[in-house]
Design a binder for this molecule. Sequence first.
Ligand code: NAP
Length: 278
Amino acid sequence: MKIGIIGLGLIGGSIALDLKEQGQEVVGISRRQETCEIAVKQNVVDKASRDFSILKNTDMVFICTPIESIIPTLKNIIPFLNSETIVTDVGSVKSSIVYDCSKLWHNFIGGHPMAGTAQQGIEAVQRNLFVNAPYVLTPIDSNPPQAIDKLEHIVQFLHSRIYKCTPEAHDQAVAWISHLPVMISTALISACISEDNQEVLELAKHLASSGFRDTSRVGGGNPELGVMMAKYNRKQLLNSLDKYSQQLELIREQIEQENWHNLGLILTKNKQVRPDFL
Ligand code: NAP
């Protein structure tokens, strides 16, 4: 198969590398010429260009650009696709992309490989990045079943764990396990630094250890990524934040009322269910 990868960064480059090593013909497109040259030199792709005509006769195209560029990129590449070409994306949110893209291209199927590192760009490309990681596909009713099967067949080359669900179910699930934790974690840092007593604040900074490191990590990460999550997954994130606020209030009430028994029940139940998520 001839596969096109647009956006030769961490995710796009890593998909390209694994598919090329599995014997697929892989052509790449990126924004900067320098990235295209590095991608060819490092054998990430067979050919690379900034020119969309390289996509002629591709069987499948992965759009791996930042989220805000996915829909404009699809519009730009349509004149270079065959009517059977399957197009997918790797964006971390799905509803705000999938429905618009499916209107533009009948063979568009959303996807989200759930692996990554803190690094970005072509230099961050990794072999086998997606092995054993979840890869979510979000087909919708208008997608031809053969196109879904073909995409699934190609994704299997990455040795990921494939899940299929609606774009809405994907977005609500990632709101719970990814986007909500970022907001809670950043609120934790805000709350700590709101301490009025400077001596206490300084002491807290010196005493902070693994517990604070774990709970503040995602909230102290890339600010652009956090804004992107909120902007493109707003509805589901607001739903999760509302339910989280209710739970926090419930815990607060038990402490205020010195209801140690109920607080213990909450903590015991959560100790039991936590492993189900990990
Ligand atoms: P990245 O490392 O920054 O790679 C994106 C690359 O796309 C850039 O290196 C840039 O390459 C290129 N690019 C930017 N705008 C472009 C455009 N308009 N046309 C063509 N190429 C363009 O980012 P990433 O982490 O791979 O993320 C890419 C996508 O994967 C995002 O949609 C994100 O939601 C999704 N995702 C990320 C992760 C993660 O953990 N990072 C996980 C799952 C999914 P040059 O400027 O060098 O040419």
